[in-house]
Design a protein around this ligand. Sequence first.
Ligand code: UD1
Length: 367
Amino acid sequence: MLVDIIAGARPNFMKVAPIIEAIEREQKKGTDLSFRLIHTGQHYDKNMSTAFFEQLGIPAPDINLEAGSGTQAEQTAAIMTRYEKVLLSRRPDVVIVVGDVTSTMACAITAKKTGNITVAHVEAGIRSNDLQMPEEINRIVTDSITDLYFTTSHSANENLRRTGVSDERIFFVGNTMIDTLLKQAPQFEPPAIWKDLKLEEKNYFVLTLHRPNNVDNLDDLKAILVAIVKASRNLPIIFPIHPRTAKTLESINIKAPNLHITEPLSYLQFNYLVQHSKAVITDSGGIQEETTVMNVPCITLRDNTERPETCTIGTNELIGTNPRNIPTALEKLFSGNWKKGGIPYMWDGKAADRIISVLKNLKGLAS
Ligand code: UD1
């Protein structure tokens, strides 16, 4: 069986790494399972892509579509046009797409339309119900044509059932992003800034922002940063900055002695900072899950989440995008009243093995 594994953007890399390892383990046992790793090139910088491959031990991609930056439509079109050629030159039996980025949707559509190839979606079924997020559109479109739904949560299973997906196509396997987190935790390492700023355990914040909603508008981004700085009691705020946010920030003159803006950090260094921080303030999806597993308070600047279990079970709290809510959340944290979290069911480091067991037993599931 030949499987194409699609990786395009930063949050995909930690999700494909354990799947590749699980396939390699099977190959050693003599199972007839091979793969092509397809990098779409959506993220291409060293610190958004290559560093993740190196640290997570992901093999070099077999094919790089080099789609690069562009508008949503340009990126989608470039990925589809280039992936179609790959599929026409050799047809895989299954295409695995992960997460919710543009590459996920573009390759799922291409696989189905270029010969009805079986599509397996890892992290299927999660929904924010917010169509302003390009990721939500990617999730809905991908799941509308997926054959095998690999899910991370009960809520994802329910969402899929509600749209008429039959139980035999839903495989509740756990979370491959957490497979990577648990495997890599012993290797987490402090970034240079840890020493440079003499950061202390549980005495600084990590901040990440990249959602168009929060960062594309100059005034909104400025208001969020001002509110965080004001409520931070002068604790250091480490802000590894996404390229999209960097663009907006160029035009904002915001300086505060405790706000430390850095380049995007590598996986092992970023998670070291998160693990030892007082709390993370973020609008990311994946970080809500990682903080839950590391039992670090997570303040999420969004009105909704496609990962509700990080709030109901984990350490995450949604405070919306209005900067006025920031002081209350930080007060709660400083007063020691932040909730203690648990870990969602099946986030145990074995998701990729479960996925591969399903694939090994496949019998013509393409619809
Ligand atoms: C994408 C994903 C988002 C994910 C995020 C993580 C979609 C719709 N969104 O958003 O779900 O959480 O990645 O990073 O797929 N850029 C660089 N270097 C790079 C990559 C991008 O400079 O290596 C620049 C691009 O030129 C672009 C901007 O960053 O201007 C945004 O990149 P893009 O991939 O379009 O979307 P993200 O905002 O990163």
